[in-house]
Write a protein that binds this ligand. Structure first.
Ligand SMILES: [Cu+2]
Length: 120
């Protein structure tokens, strides 16, 4: 039988605190993961945006990455977001989706390249 001396009580308390800390840490890690999986990525390859239509929630980020050897830009048809600079190979451009609606965009270097973001 274990008697609870003051020292034993202290050890038990410390174990409890350590356990609580671990649980909080695990929870924080999970929340962080959930956030980082919320990535909306559009690849630019072979003179096309992939996916060509993407649906995101207002406030989420949308990132384009240029996988072509040619420079491309991202320009909102109705100026719903600032236009990108000319993206070099593997260069990225990120916007934050604003008010719900349909955002059409194109590449000013190759105006036939078009895409759509649907913001819910
Ligand atoms: Cu282009």
């Amino acid at each position: 039988m274990i008697t609870l001396t003051p020292k034993n009580r202290m050890v038990a308390l410390l174990c409890g605190v350590a356990f609580l800390n671990l649980s909080l840490f695990a929870l924080g890690g999970e929340m962080k993961n959930a956030d980082s999986t919320k990535q909306n990525r559009i690849e630019i390859k072979d003179f096309a945006f992939n996916p060509q239509i993407i649906t995101v929630k207002s406030g989420e980020k949308v990132t384009w990455i240029n996988r072509d050897e040619e420079p491309h830009t991202i320009v909102s048809v109705e100026k719903q977001f600032k236009k990108s600079t000319a993206l070099d190979t593997d260069q990225e451009f990120t916007i934050t989706a604003g008010a719900p609606g349909t955002y059409s965009y194109f590449c000013s270097v190759h105006p036939k390249m078009t895409g759509t973001i649907v913001v819910k």
